[in-house]
Write a protein that binds this ligand. Structure first.
Ligand SMILES: *Cc1c(COP(=O)(O)O)cnc(C)c1O
Length: 371
C-alpha cells in the first residue's frame, strides 16, 4: 500500500466530464489568447475572492513581478519578504531590480512577524510581501497598519491560500494587490501553468492588464515596456470548473487536518497552530520534528510520501550566494528547514489513509521513546 503526497489524477477523474467539455469548448471556439473564457474566469475568481478585479497572468511568479511593476517597485527600492518562503517570492523582487530585505517568521504562525517587519523598515522601503504560507493567513492588520503609517505598498503572495479567510473575509483584497498561482498542485490548480492578481483598485487593475499584454491597450500600440504573461483560455476554462468545487475540496482538506491535529496531539511533534482570526485552507500540513529525517525514512518505508517545504531556505540557495546576505542571519528559517515535514493531505485522500499516516507517525514516536 502506498499513500501519495497528493493525487492529481484523482482530481481529474472526479471532474473529467466537466473538464473535457470545457477544454473542447475552447478548442472549438477558435479563440486561443485571452478572450471570453479568461474574462469569465476573472469575473468568477474576483467574486470568489471578494475582490473587485482579477487579472489572469501566466503563472504565480509573473503575478508577483507584474504586481511589483504595477506598484512602481524597481532599482533603489527595498522590499520586505519572509526569510522562509518558496523562492518565487524572492525571485520576483530580484527580477524587478529591487533589494530584498528578508524578515524572519513568527514561529507560531510560520508567517511574517509584524514586530520584526517594523524594525526592518528603512527610508528606502517601498513594499512588504506577506506570504500566506501553507495556506494559513498571515496576520495582516498589523502589517497593513505599518504600511499605512509609513506610506508603503503591501502585496500578498497568496499562491498557497485559495479560499482562506482572515478575520472572516477571504484572502483577495486586504492589501493593494494579491498574487495567485494556479500551478497544478495548488488548492486551485490548473492543468499547466497559470496565475492571477486580485485587487480592489481600478487604476492598478488597468495597469496589470496593460503590463501582462506587451504594455498594450490597443494592438500594436505599446504604452509601457510590458511582458507577455497571459492566462491561457484553456486553463481559464478548466479553472472555472474547478473553482466551483474549491470550497468542497478545501473542506475535505480541513477534515484531514482536523483528524491529524486530534490524533497527533499527544506526540512530540510541533503541530500547526491556528489563531482565532485565521481560517486556513491546508495547502500543506506541516509539522516540526527534531528527528525529521528519521521520521521521513520511517514513513517512506511504510509507503507514505512526505515532503519538506522547504529543504533549502532562499538565503542558502546558490542563486543568492552573490547577494551578500549574511548566511547566518536567518536562524529561524535554518531551523525550520531542518525540522519541517509535510504530511500527505489533499481533497482525494481517504480517511483510512489519514489514519494510516497517524498510526505510522505514532509508531515511530513509540519506537524512538523505547530506544
Ligand atoms: C507556487 C508558489 C509561487 C509561484 O507560483 P508559480 O505559478 O509556480 O510561478 C509563489 N509563491 C509561493 C508561496 C508559492 O507556493
Amino acid at each position: 500500500m502506498t499513500i501519495p503526497f497528493l493525487n492529481l489524477a484523482a482530481a481529474y477523474q472526479e471532474l473529467k466530464v466537466e473538464i473535457d467539455a470545457a477544454v473542447s469548448r475552447v478548442l472549438a471556439s477558435g479563440w486561443y489568447i485571452l478572450g471570453p473564457e479568461v474574462d469569465a474566469f476573472e469575473s468568477d475568481f474576483a467574486d470568489y475572492c471578494e475582490a473587485a478585479y482579477a487579472v489572469g497572468v501566466g503563472n504565480g511568479l509573473d503575478a508577483l513581478v507584474i504586481g511589483l511593476r504595477a506598484l512602481g517597485v524597481g532599482p533603489g527600492d527595498e522590499v520586505i519578504v519572509p526569510s522562509n518562503t518558496f523562492i518565487a517570492t524572492w525571485l520576483a523582487v530580484s527580477s524587478v531590480g529591487a533589494k530584498l530585505i528578508p524578515v524572519e517568521p513568527d514561529l507560531a504562525t510560520c508567517n511574517l512577524d509584524p514586530k520584526r517587519t517594523a524594525s526592518a523598515i528603512t527610508s528606502r522601503t517601498k513594499a512588504i510581501i506577506p506570504v500566506h504560507l501553507y495556506g494559513a493567513p498571515c496576520d495582516m492588520d498589523p502589517i497593513i497598519a505599518l504600511a499605512r503609517e509609513k506610506g508603503l505598498s503591501v502585496i500578498e503572495d497568496a499562491a498557497q491560500a485559495h479560499g482562506a479567510r482572515y478575520r472572516g473575509r477571504r484572502i483577495g483584497s486586504h492589501s493593494d494587490l494579491v498574487c495567485w498561482s494556479f500551478y497544478p498542485g495548488k488548492n486551485l490548480g490548473a492543468m499547466g501553468d497559470g496565475g492571477a492578481i486580485t485587487t480592489n483598485r481600478p487604476e492598478l487593475a488597468d495597469r496589470l492588464r496593460v503590463l501582462r499584454n506587451y504594455g498594450s491597450r490597443e494592438k500594436y500600440r505599446n504604452d509601457v515596456k510590458g511582458m507577455n504573461s497571459r492566462l491561457d483560455p484553456i486553463q481559464a476554462a478548466i479553472l472555472r470548473v474547478k473553482l466551483k468545487h474549491l470550497d468542497a475540496w478545501n473542506a475535505r482538506r480541513r477534515k484531514i487536518a482536523d483528524f491529524y491535529l486530534a490524533a497527533l496531539k499527544g506526540s512530540s511533534l510541533v503541530l500547526p497552530q491556528n489563531p482565532d482570526w485565521s481560517e486556513p485552507v491546508w495547502h500543506l500540513f506541516v509539522v516540526r520534528s527534531r528527528q525529521r529525517d528519521a521520521l521521513m525514512a520511517h514513513l517512506s518505508k511504510q509507503g507514505i510520501s512526505a515532503l519538506v517545504h522547504y529543504p533549502i531556505p532562499p538565503h542558502r540557495q546558490q542563486a543568492y550566494a552573490v547577494d551578500g546576505l549574511s548566511s547566518d542571519a536567518f536562524g529561524v528559517s535554518d531551523a525550520m528547514s531542518d525540522q519541517v515535514v509535510s504530511l500527505p493531505i489533499g481533497p482525494h485522500m481517504s480517511e483510512q489513509d489519514a489514519r494510516k499516516v497517524t498510526s505510522v507517525v505514532l509508531d515511530f514516536e513509540n519506537g524512538t521513546a523505547r530506544m
